[in-house]
Design a protein around this ligand. Structure first.
Ligand code: ADP
Length: 283
């Protein structure tokens, strides 16, 4: 089966600085793939290239079977895009924002109205449909963006930092929406610097740092590769980490220490793996 998204040897250079540096990866239909990395890693630039908003300096991008540079119109028809900056019009109502998008995609009136009703219902905004968007909360605006991105029935949804700036409860609600869309068959590529988001949602993760893919796999694979158990030792205000194949082995190591002051064990998470690979934290 052809990949839903294929990125091959892609480079993006701004002012002589490579911000995406020889990136290659494939995303299969039906996956929720998370591109994880700190600010400035090149995540948004990658999404912008895949969604036809900016061209790569070098390399080849294929989305839904179409060449992104040569078949941009076909690509746009197959994708839904939710970018970081809220791009909904605050002076228009929820319904009008949806209408505008539906008209831009030339969806016939009856079908448009049926789909607007359906997707506003799905993101639980039906009762706010006549309200101006500027009166909505941040989480509601994000849900509206998602509903709007779904109106032309795309096969692949791109979400750039979908929950940034939202409170934990709102974030969780959005996760449920994203998961439910995936269960309905939607392929999803999201970027984030929240490892919990990846751990909750994603089948696979690619870790991006300074424009380069430094690790890729399922969470289970990455934890298996780097070690599933961790011994943390506090020295002053710093922690040192020691990885073990299993949590049990980490516990055994701790047991054997004559002085256990400032030491603890826990299962490894993605942040630990990022720190191990780069020597830095995710944010
Ligand atoms: P992320 O989404 O991982 O935070 P970005 O893709 O937004 O990272 O940015 C990667 C790097 O590219 C950053 O150093 C950023 O300043 C730079 N960059 C992004 N867009 C532009 C642009 N239009 N012109 C110049 N530099 C840019």
């Amino acid at each position: 089966m052809a990949a839903a998204v294929s990125i091959q040897n892609v480079h993006k250079v701004y002012d002589n600085i490579p911000v995406v540096n020889n990136l290659s990866l494939n995303i299969q239909a039906g996956e929720i793939f998370g591109l994880l990395g700190p600010n400035g890693a090149g995540k948004s630039t990658t999404i912008r290239m895949l969604t036809t908003l900016t061209s790569p300096s070098e390399g080849h991008l294929v989305v839904a079977g179409y060449d992104v540079q040569r078949q941009a119109t076909e690509v746009r028809r197959e994708i839904g895009v939710v970018l970081q900056q809220t791009s909904v019009d605050g002076d228009l109502s929820v319904w009008e924002n949806m209408e505008l998008h539906g008209r831009m995609h030339h969806i016939p009136k009856l079908q448009r109205q049926r789909r607007i009703t359906q997707w506003l219902d799905f993101v639980e905004l039906s009762d706010r449909r006549l309200d101006k968007v500027k009166t909505l909360s941040g989480g509601m605006k994000r849900r509206l963006q998602i509903a709007r991105a779904l109106l032309h029935e795309p096969r692949i949804l791109f979400l750039d930092e979908p929950t940034v700036g939202l409170d934990p409860q709102t974030r969780r609600r959005l996760w449920e929406i994203i998961q439910s869309l995936n269960q309905q068959g939607m392929t999803i590529l999201l970027t984030t610097h929240y490892m919990e988001e990846v751990e909750y949602l994603c089948n696979r993760v690619g870790i991006l740092d300074q424009g380069q893919l430094i690790e890729i796999g399922t969470l289970t694979e990455l934890r298996y590769k780097h070690g599933e158990g961790l011994v943390m030792t506090q020295q002053g205000d710093r922690w040192t980490y020691k990885f073990f194949p299993t949590l049990q082995e980490a516990n055994q190591y701790l047991e054997q220490q004559p002085d256990k002051t400032g030491m603890m064990t826990r299962p490894t998470n993605l942040e630990d793996i990022f720190v191990e690979l780069t020597g830095r934290n995710l944010d």
